[in-house]
Design a binder for this molecule. Structure first.
Ligand code: ZN
Length: 351
């Protein structure tokens, strides 16, 4: 795809004709193509933090943004003494100094189990690339900053490094952070806010924010954009009040720094999973369980169950397994996420 784009660009220059941006846009990749490039059979594949696969994914994301006519930049951080990872960032300039961040991690985990991180989290990276494509020529009020975080799976290293270098003044200009992590595959599309109880925050939770306003605005947009509306808050369960989530993804360092967050995730909080109702079991699909009991919304035998309805980090997180199991759900959910966030930015941050 990148090759084709460059070829078209070159021939247009050579011909010196009047091809408009619109005719180029017609050639732009589809979201499922981004997903295939990252996690398909002939794609980049596993992107374990610090690996060559992660570096190839970073280069791919940067190149896609360049091909969209944008100017991405990156910022490296240490995984350990010898190994680096990086965040890739691109800004769509708005008219004010306020910034909305939309972010997704691009590394993966579970390579040994056979995962190539198709849902977790190539799906969200595909959405980021499609969103920047959709929004790049809009007249924006606030800046929209897209960030592809590295090394999320080994301790949120990319997002922690990013937040750490922001001053209080810069943080005050960030109106919110929308985290996309595993936005396809699971049974339901949820929009979460941060948990009312502060996350660990490296022992310093003085700025912690569980502000629900960004989550609620995105939910409101979903209400007006879809019939039926596939997005919801998860119902209340022990340990997780309605619509709130744990500190296990890149939203957490932002909540710790006082930024309102919204976090979109495809999973199923109604399943009584290995550790209760925490959204870790993503689907009731029987193929993801040794045995699933509909009446209990849990494993037939909790002692014997091994698979627990997980897609992420497992043998199922690859397109050759997901597409036969879930069919059109994968593409539909991807499109719904992209539509929601395109509409959300267009309704709230354009002139
Ligand atoms: Zn993830």
């Amino acid at each position: 795809m990148t090759g084709l784009g460059s070829y078209l660009g070159a021939s247009i220059l050579v011909l010196g004709t009047v091809f408009s941006h619109a005719s180029l846009a017609a050639e732009s990749p589809k979201p499922m193509d981004y997903l295939q490039d990252l996690a398909g059979e002939k794609g980049i594949g596993a992107r374990v933090a610090g690996s060559e696969g992660e570096q190839r994914a970073a280069a791919y994301i940067e190149q896609q943004w360049i091909d969209q006519g944008l100017s991405p930049y990156s910022s490296s951080f240490n995984i350990n003494d010898e190994t680096l990872s990086k965040n890739i960032i691109v800004d769509l300039k708005g008219q004010s100094d306020k910034t909305l961040i939309i972010a997704a991690h691009y590394d993966s985990t579970g390579a040994k189990e056979g995962s190539v991180g198709a849902t977790d989290n190539a799906s969200s990276v595909a959405a980021l690339l499609a969103l920047s494509h959709n929004l790049r020529n809009q007249m924006l009020t606030a800046n929209i900053r897209f960030i592809a975080f590295g090394a999320e799976e080994i301790g949120l290293l990319g997002s922690k490094a990013y937040v750490k270098q922001l001053s209080r003044e810069e943080l005050a200009n960030i109106v919110g952070m929308i985290n996309l992590d595993t936005i396809v595959g699971g049974d339901n599309l949820y929009i979460h806010s941060a948990h009312p109880e502060p996350y660990k925050c490296n022992g310093d939770a003085q700025y912690y924010s569980s502000d629900t306003s960004l989550r609620d605005s995105v939910l409101k947009q979903a209400q007006s954009g879809f019939t039926p509306n596939p997005f919801s808050k998860h119902p209340p369960f022990p340990g997780y009040p309605e619509g709130t989530t744990g500190g296990w993804s890149d939203h957490a360092p932002f909540a710790c720094a006082g930024v309102p967050i919204a976090y979109i995730e495809a999973t199923n909080f109604s399943i009584n999973g290995k550790d209760g109702y925490d959204g870790y079991s993503q689907s009731t699909n029987g193929a993801l369980w040794d045995c699933f009991a509909d009446d209990k919304m849990s494993a037939c035998d909790r002692e014997k169950e091994q698979k627990w309805g997980d897609i992420w980090h497992s043998e199922f997180d690859r397109l050759d397994k997901l597409l036969p199991l879930f069919g059109e759900r994968i593409e539909l959910q991807l499109q719904q996420n992209i539509q929601l966030l395109t509409d959300f930015v267009s309704s709230n941050y354009t002139q």
